[in-house]
Design a protein. Structure first.
Length: 278
C-alpha cells in the first residue's frame, strides 16, 4: 500500500471509528461477537429448516445458506436457484432466523430482495465492480468476501464501489487466499483481519470453513480470530457433512458446531466480548 492509500483508509477510520452494521436486530461490529452459521447450499426444505433450527439452538445469530453456487466444475451442483425461493420464505417464517446468502448476478437483487436479509458477495465476485455498484444502490447490508487472490488493499478499495451508490452497510470477510500451500484449501490470512480492523471503520468477519477447507481445524481458526479481534464468524454446518451437496469436507456437524460455540464463549469471556444473544 502506498502512502496515499494508507492515508485514505486512516482518514476513513478517524471519521467514524465505530461503524456497526445491522441485519434485523443483529448488530455486527458492536461490543458483541456475531455468529453466522448454516449449510453451504440449501438442499431441500427439510434440510434448510433442520439446519437453521440446529444452529439457532446452539446460539447462531444469523443463518447462512447458498441459493446459487459458483462451482469450479460446471457439472457440480449449482444450487437450487429459484426453486428455493418458496421454501426459504416458509422456513424463515417457521424459524424466525434472518438469512445471509450470496448473489452472483445483479438480476438476482430484485428476485431475492424480500427474503435475503444480507447479500453476500463471494470471493469470485469481489472484483465484479458492476455487481458491487448495483448492490450499492439498494438498502441491504453487504458481506464482502475477499477475493482469493486479492491484495488487502484491493479488498478495502472494492468497498468504494458499493459505497458509491449510497450503501454504507458493508461488512468485510476474510475467507482465505491462494498461496503456494496445497495441504489446506486456502491459506487463512489473520494479517488481513487485524489490518482491516485497524485501517477501516468496517466490521470484519472471518470464514474459517473456506479458509482452511478441513472441518477438524475450523474451531481453532474461529478461536484465534475471536482472540485477534474479529467481529464475528461465518461457518458452514451440515446435518451429515459427508453427504453434503457442496463443501462437506469443511462443514461441521451439529454436535461439533455446538461444542465450538461453548468453547468460543469461554474465549470471548476472557477477552471481554460476549457472544451476541438475541
Ligand atoms: C460460500 O460462502 O459458500 C462461498 C462460496 O464462499 P467464497 O465466495 O468465499 O468461496
Ligand atoms: Mn461453501
Amino acid at each position: 500500500m502506498d502512502a496515499t492509500n494508507s492515508m485514505q483508509t486512516d482518514e476513513m477510520k478517524s471519521k467514524n471509528p465505530t461503524r456497526t452494521v445491522k441485519v434485523g436486530n443483529v448488530i455486527i461490529g458492536g461490543p458483541e461477537f456475531t455468529v453466522i452459521a448454516g449449510p453451504c447450499s440449501i438442499e431441500s426444505k427439510d434440510h434448510f429448516y433442520e439446519t437453521s433450527m440446529a444452529v439457532k439452538k446452539s446460539g447462531a445469530n444469523l443463518v447462512r445458506a447458498g441459493i446459487w453456487k459458483l462451482r469450479t466444475s460446471a457439472d457440480a451442483f449449482q444450487g437450487l436457484g429459484q426453486n428455493a425461493f418458496d421454501l426459504i420464505k416458509e422456513v424463515k417464517k417457521q424459524t424466525g432466523m434472518l438469512l445471509v446468502s450470496e448473489i452472483t448476478d445483479p438480476r438476482q437483487i430484485s428476485d431475492v430482495f424480500d427474503f435475503v436479509d444480507m447479500f453476500q458477495i463471494g470471493a469470485r465476485n469481489m472484483h465484479n465492480y458492476s455487481l458491487l455498484k448495483e448492490v450499492g444502490l439498494v438498502k441491504k447490508p453487504i458481506l464482502l468476501k475477499r477475493g482469493f487472490a486479492a491484495f488487502i488493499d484491493e479488498w478495502i478499495k472494492a468497498t468504494e464501489y458499493i459505497r458509491m451508490g449510497g450503501n454504507e452497510d458493508i461488512v468485510l470477510c476474510e475467507r482465505g487466499i491462494r498461496t503456494f500451500e496445497t495441504a489446506t484449501r486456502n491459506t487463512f490470512d489473520l494479517n488481513a483481519v487485524v489490518y482491516a480492523k485497524a485501517k477501516t471503520n468496517l466490521p470484519v468477519l472471518v470464514d474459517p470453513s473456506h479458509a482452511i477447507g478441513l472441518r477438524e481445524f475450523v474451531p481453532q481458526l474461529t478461536y484465534a480470530s475471536a482472540a485477534a479481534g474479529a467481529d464475528g464468524v461465518i461457518v458452514e454446518v451440515h446435518p451429515d457433512p459427508d453427504k453434503a451437496m457442496s463443501d462437506g469436507r469443511q462443514s461441521l456437524n451439529y454436535a461439533t458446531f455446538d461444542d465450538m460455540m461453548r468453547k468460543l464463549e469461554k474465549i470471548l469471556d476472557v477477552i471481554g466480548r460476549p457472544l451476541q444473544k438475541l
